[in-house]
Ligand binder design. Structure first.
Ligand SMILES: NC(=O)c1ccc[n+]([C@@H]2O[C@H](COP(=O)([O-])OP(=O)(O)OC[C@H]3O[C@@H](n4cnc5c(N)ncnc54)[C@H](O)[C@@H]3O)[C@@H](O)[C@H]2O)c1
Length: 327
């Protein structure tokens, strides 16, 4: 199959590309390398069935070139939750970029688009686990973290509007806390990347807020499996599907677990950082997916637990930080 991927040099994109090339697909990717790296793609760069365009999804011409001849587009390029800057990049990349991607999908005659959406769309809804019909409970417009959820919800709505009007097949996957090799090693990659880095360097693990907020961390192999099935399964057309493991852990316990894995003989050095440090912030207290709909439609449920996945993520990050001279 001929597949085009936006954000191909990122965490999900590079792992998904590897899997698709292994099974014989042709992959053409576009990435502006703002948060992904050529190193993530490694030897895949020279694979005869792979091609990388360095460009932005804010450029409609670049998208048309990248999508030409594709049967399926997987849209991964995104701005994430702005913790330290303003919300404009997130809104522009996901809003304007998302519409550009859909227009190019239509103009290039692409049959199906898979959108990487997020568990953040459930917002502050206190009723866990979340199924795909659970309401989105979004906080104050003055809190910039919600720009991410709102822009992803816009992309979901736009995907289904294009499906309705133009007959493009659409699938939105709501991803829950991915981790594993090739993840960005700064806060952009998520708390686990930051905790692993701090523990490897022997520094304090900085937990935002009380640390009692929970998340469900999903290993990259489970995420890639979700995308592959969303590409292949006809019945996924028109669906929003959770991709995530249904086990929650508090962020403080995640920090302790990582610390114990890296420094088994030391007491974890966890420091709580108040949210006020990065402006007005609202956190999500609990986040657990209900995986039954994705299991029914895609025939699969995420299953790699932290005890199995974290050591692999740690070893990859150790190697990467050593190579970059950070250890
Ligand atoms: N990883 C997770 O835990 C998670 C959770 C929920 C949702 N998601 C979503 O899944 C997708 C992939 O996430 P990821 O973790 O691989 O992120 P990532 O940041 O590692 O990868 C995204 C890639 O998109 C590229 N990119 C960003 N802006 C671009 C632009 N304007 N034009 C072209 N390329 C651009 C970046 O350089 C990067 O390589 C994103 O849409 C994200 O919102 C991820």
């Amino acid at each position: 199959m001929r597949i085009a991927i936006t954000g191909v040099a990122g965490f999900v994109g590079s792992n998904l590309t590897e899997r698709l090339l292994e099974r014989g697909d042709t992959v053409r990717g576009i990435d502006d390398l703002s948060h992904g790296t050529l190193e993530n793609l490694g030897p895949l760069i020279h694979h005869p069935s792979f091609r990388l365009d360095q460009g932005t999804i804010l450029d409609p011409v670049a998208l048309q070139t990248a999508f030409s001849g594709a049967e399926v587009v997987v849209h991964l390029a995104a701005g994430k939750i702005p913790r330290h800057g303003d919300a404009l990049d997130t809104l522009l990349i996901n809003g304007e970029g998302g519409l550009n991607v859909l227009r190019a999908v239509r103009e290039c005659g692409v049959r199906r688009m898979i959108l990487a959406s997020t568990s953040d769309c459930y917002g502050r809804n206190p009723n866990v686990p979340f199924n795909e019909e659970s309401p989105s409970v979004i906080g104050s417009p003055k809190v910039r973290r919600w720009s991410y959820a709102v822009s992803k919800m816009f992309e979901e709505q736009a995907l289904f509007a294009f499906r309705e009007r133009y007959g493009i097949e659409g699938v939105a996957l709501r991803l829950f806390g991915g981790y594993g090799p090739r993840q960005n090693i700064t806060w952009w990659g998520g708390p686990q990347s930051v905790f692993i880095g701090a523990a490897l360097r022997g520094e304090a693990l900085e937990v935002h807020g009380t640390g009692q907020q929970t998340r469900s961390f999903t290993y990259i192999d489970d995420m890639v499996e979700g995308f592959v099935r969303a590409i292949d399964t006809p019945a996924a057309n028109g669906e929003v599907l959770n991709i995530g493991i249904d086990r929650e852990i508090t962020i403080e316990n995640l920090a302790r677990m990582i610390s114990k894995m890296i420094r088994p003989n030391e007491e974890p050095n966890v420091r709580l950082i108040p949210y006020e440090t990065f402006g007005r912030y609202e956190d999500v207290e609990r986040r657990i997916p209900d995986g039954s709909r994705s299991e029914a439609i895609l025939g699969f449920r995420a299953g790699v637990n932290l005890e199995e996945g974290l050591p692999r993520a740690i070893e990859w990050q150790r190697g990467t930080m050593q190579r970059l001279g950070l250890l």
